[in-house]
Design a protein around this ligand. Structure first.
Ligand SMILES: Cc1cc2nc3c(=O)[nH]c(=O)nc-3n(C[C@H](O)[C@H](O)[C@H](O)COP(=O)(O)OP(=O)(O)OC[C@H]3O[C@@H](n4cnc5c(N)ncnc54)[C@H](O)[C@@H]3O)c2cc1C
Length: 528
């Protein structure tokens, strides 16, 4: 007999299988000793009431044992199959490659950055020496922008099957099975690189090709059909041929947008969002979200995760919202080129750093960047570049970020001093309220005040704003046909995931990668 039920339990009870069995047996009116197996299907923290509880959806087996679930990563041998090119080894590119191989075709992955281990040295150079390698940084390199992140795996995608297939692939490559159960799963920066290596090994074992330090610089297009790409590799210029090219280069690959524009391949400007990254002491966020005094947080956190938040406010017709919140995290320097300061955040799997950070951003619409209209589809990109340069100048022309205490920002005063920050290149006091254009700063002020009324204690001068959070989503769309997923004008070219404007975040990028892979394989089969 199998039962499914929902339980509300204390954080301590949730950690003990015996306690959960006792509560389940009482709820189902069955004998505890008759329970032969218990599986947690979903787990979420419910912090709405004063006492924090965990909500568990469980499956209880009586007199039977379920068949073990095996997360398989077996791929067929595709070493002599026909190639399909994928540009970019971020979540989209990697999941496209896995799907192409599973369908019996040979993925050829071209990635401008280094493999995940060698990439680490370039991250250290940004943090310690203020040096940004334009091909290997927090956004570029094996695993893409998602590698050194919080590894949050939430998505707005409603297709459960697609989401599960991505999560199960992560588990098959070494992620904890908890991600299949938690309502807000995350992996953590310390665990992601090993998972990416395991995905690479699966691909190589199947016979896929992976070329690191191989930057694509032009597309070979004749009569509106793609035939391949030209790339700069370590050993010189190389041409890769295929009638199917998945372009999964992410939203920071500005040279790719410039390349497409130069090659007269249609692009469109699209709305995006920009703002700042705010940092609070984690203990403060825990005490707000778990309704306790800061001195009580330590005890509670023995059984509860670092608390997170999600806030949204409408200001003068635009959304102001928290973005990519990292509890127990670190603010990361995410510039990808010279004269830029860009922030984002990551957390280790335990989320045990003393700070909490989150992007706080304002939606940006074409009227904001009308002064760049001469740049056509790249107008939003120019606006984004200008703000990143302003942050670079205000931070003293290095990777140091301009920063201001929260209350000072709202009261429009320069901060006379700044508290400790997790942002390793360092921060410089600067008047962000005047550096940011009014369409952003005024709305941020409005939104942050509103967040302070909803979360008592959030509005404090202990919190510091770091500028600028500019890479939330792509300012450019590479338009594609909604059925074939091919570019609207270039057959065989598949604009994919975040850079093309069709995904936001690791899971949705991975799903879009899988979808583009299927579309590319269907088209390739027609040509056989
Ligand atoms: C610090 C940080 C933290 C984040 N945290 C989270 C999180 O917790 N959860 C979440 O869901 N999302 C998070 N994100 C966002 C997430 O990483 C992206 O949404 C996701 O990686 C997009 O996937 P993608 O494959 O479309 O593009 P990307 O991950 O950007 O990958 C694109 C790849 O293409 C390569 N490339 C670019 N140009 C070329 C070229 N010319 N030739 C060859 N290769 C090229 C790049 O080097 C890169 O590896 C975070 C991002 C950052 C930077």
């Amino acid at each position: 007999m199998i039962y499914e039920t929902e339980l509300f339990v204390s954080p301590e009870e949730a950690e003990s299988e015996e306690a959960v069995k006792t509560i389940a047996s009482q709820k189902l009116s069955i004998q505890k000793k008759s329970i032969t197996f218990l599986r947690i299907l979903k787990r979420s923290v419910d912090a709405r009431a004063k006492t924090v509880r965990l909500n568990l959806r469980i499956r209880v087996y009586v007199g039977e044992i379920p068949t073990p679930v095996i997360h398989t990563k077996l791929l067929p041998d595709v070493s002599s199959a026909k190639p399909i090119l994928i540009v970019g080894a971020g979540p989209a590119g990697l999941f496209a490659a896995l799907r192409i191989a599973s369908l019996g075709w040979k993925p050829v992955l071209l990635e401008r950055g280094k493999d995940v281990r060698n990439r680490r040295f370039d991250l250290a150079a940004i943090n310690k020496d203020q040096l940004v390698d334009p091909d290997s940084n927090y956004c570029f390199g094996e695993g893409g922008a998602g590698t050194y992140s919080d590894g949050k795996l939430y998505t707005r995608s409603t297709k459960r099957g697609d989401v599960n297939s991505v999560l199960e692939t992560f588990v098959a490559h070494g992620a904890s099975e908890d991600i299949l159960v938690d309502a807000h799963p995350h992996i953590g920066t310390n665990k992601l690189p090993q998972i990416i290596i395991s995905i690479r090994e699966s691909l190589l074992q199947a016979g896929a090709e992976i070329h690191f330090q191989c930057r694509v610089k032009s597309l070979l297009v004749t009569n509106n059909k793609i035939n391949g790409v030209v790339a700069d590799a370590v050993d010189g210029e190389k041409t890769f041929l295929s009638g199917q090219v998945i372009l999964a280069t992410g939203h920071s690959a500005r040279d790719i947008f410039e390349m497409l524009h130069r090659q007269q391949i249609r692009l469109e400007a699209k709305p995006f969002a920009m703002g700042v990254r705010i940092e609070h002491p984690q203990v403060l966020i825990d005490s707000i979200q778990y309704h306790c005094r800061p001195e009580e947080v330590g005890k509670l956190r023995e059984h509860l995760p670092a608390a997170s938040y999600s806030q949204v406010h409408q200001s003068n017709g635009r959304g102001v919202y928290s973005f990519c919140m990292c509890p127990g995290g670190i603010i990361a320097p995410c510039a990808t080129g010279p004269e830029q300061v860009v922030t984002n955040g990551w957390s280790p799997s335990k989320r045990n750093n003393p700070f909490s950070n989150s992007g706080i951003v304002v939606s940006i619409e074409p009227e904001d960047y009308a002064h760049y209209s001469a740049d056509g589809p790249l107008a939003g990109l120019r606006y984004q570049q200008a703000l990143e340069k302003m942050a670079y100048v205000a931070g003293g022309k290095s990777q140091r970020a301009p920063a201001q205490r929260l209350v000072d920002f709202i009261e429009e005063k320069l901060s006379t001093d700044l508290p400790k920050t997790s942002y390793q290149p360092g921060i410089v006091s600067a008047p962000l309220h005047t550096i940011l254009p009014p369409e952003i700063s005024k709305r941020l002020q409005d939104g942050l005040k509103a967040f302070g009324t909803k979360m008592k204690g959030y509005y404090t001068n202990e919190a510091v704003l770091h500028g600028v959070e500019s890479r939330t989503s792509s300012p450019v769309r590479i338009p594609r046909d909604k059925d074939t997923l091919e570019h609207v004008e270039v057959s065989g070219l598949y604009p994919c995931a975040e850079g093309a404007g069709y995904a936001g975040g690791i899971v949705s990028a991975a799903i879009d990668g899988q979808n583009c892979a299927e579309a590319a394989v269907s088209k390739a089969k027609l040509k056989l």
